[in-house]
Design a protein around this ligand. Structure first.
Ligand SMILES: CC(C)(COP(=O)(O)OP(=O)(O)OC[C@H]1O[C@@H](n2cnc3c(N)ncnc32)[C@H](O)[C@@H]1OP(=O)(O)O)[C@@H](O)C(=O)NCCC(=O)NCCS
Length: 329
């Protein structure tokens, strides 16, 4: 039986979640299963407090057997100019009888999103979560990209032990100032001009969406979304930037001791001169008293970034596929 799940059902969820695989924060492998479940429950509770979010559960005889959580994506909707929502979880318990549980949940949530006027649904799933991947594909979702989650652990690798490549002559980094916004926007526009993320690979995204997404991301970073923006200067010009963000309130509550490396770009005039590597290394110095772990999502085929992070002792610790389904042509 598929039923809408409200906050009153938290106790049922608490019983069910330990039987669900592929939970959140999978890239933080040091967390115990109990910590992951506690974080997950808290995250679902927080999501459901938002009026636009809706969870549906498949109820078995004893336990909840499956869960799907829908939330509006106001940021995507604003930037893309089409109404976009996301499926935060498509999850099934080990007691779920068969794939029908996920099919029924997806039928229900797609109906709900369509009735709210949504035009596109997005969903991120872990690559070994084949039950969810196949159910999404059966429902017309298409793979758009794969992100690797890189993690750096300060307790395992003290910064003094890392050999940081020599920096190019005249290259310095500093925190961005508000007046740098237009120059950083110009760098970002050039850096991401031929990018290949999910906004680029989805042919149904309106023309120019990807450019607008990175533009808005930089803009909101300067307007308070980010906690630190580092810029790299060379020859009197801003050649690159890196955006870092402190742990969220939820992450702090669960003592995840994280800082996120969210976005970076280097002007093509300066590429291959170690600027990204220096921005990452200086960011690691800057954030080390705020975190035990750093994490950063990187597109699966962004090899320059993989190489730079691996050289700085970051490791691939997780991955997520992004799917999109357009409900309206
Ligand atoms: C990806 C990007 C940040 C790299 O910046 P960069 O300053 O040129 O990178 P670096 O010079 O520090 O090089 C990093 C590593 O990648 C290697 N590299 C550089 N360009 C490469 C390429 N086209 N293909 C493969 N490897 C490459 C470098 O040789 C270096 O490895 P090495 O130290 O083993 O030699 C930059 O090209 C860019 O802004 N791209 C678009 C935006 C983007 O992808 N941002 C990051 C994700 S948010």
């Amino acid at each position: 039986m598929i039923a809408r799940l409200d906050l009153a059902a938290t106790a049922d969820l608490k019983k069910a979640l330990p039987h669900f695989a592929h939970g959140p924060v999978a890239h933080l492998s040091h967390l115990s299963p109990e910590q992951v479940v506690a974080y997950w429950l808290d995250e679902i509770t927080e999501e459901l407090a938002d009026e636009s979010s809706v969870a549906f559960a498949a109820r078995g005889r004893e336990l909840i057997e499956g869960l799907v959580l829908y939330a509006d994506s106001p940021w995507d909707t604003k930037v893309v100019g089409r109404r976009i929502g996301s499926l935060k979880y498509v999850a099934e318990g080990d007691g779920a009888r068969n794939s029908a549980v996920l099919d029924d949940l997806l039928d229900e949530v797609i109906r709900h999103a369509a009735s709210c006027g949504m035009e596109c649904l997005t969903c991120k799933v872990q690559p070994l979560h084949f039950a969810a991947i196949h159910a999404l594909e059966r429902h017309g979702f298409l793979l758009m990209d794969t992100i690797l989650d890189f993690v750096f652990d300060f307790s395992r690798t003290p910064l003094e032990g890392i050999s940081i490549p020599k920096r190019a002559n005249g290259l310095t980094t500093r925190l961005a100032r508000p007046e740098d916004l237009s120059e950083v926007l110009a760098v970002s526009e050039k850096a991401f001009a031929n990018h290949f993320g999910r906004y680029n690979s989805d042919p149904k995204m309106p023309y120019g969406t990807a450019t607008e997404v990175y533009r808005e991301w930089v803009h909101s970073s300067f307007c308070g979304w980010a906690d630190w923006i580092l810029v790299a200067e060379i020859e009197g010009r801003i050649a690159g930037f890196g955006v870092w963000k402190k742990a969220s309130t939820l992450e702090v509550r669960h003592a995840l001791k994280l800082v996120h490396y969210n976005l970076a770009g280097v002007h093509p005039d300066f590429s291959g001169r170690g600027i990204y590597t220096v921005l990452a290394a200086d960011g690691m110095q800057m954030t080390q008293s705020f975190a035990r772990y750093l994490d950063g999502p990187v597109h699966v085929s962004n090899y320059p970034v993989h190489r730079a992070l691996q050289k700085l002792s970051w490791r691939i610790a997780g991955a997520r596929h992004s799917f999109h389904k357009w409900l309206k042509a």
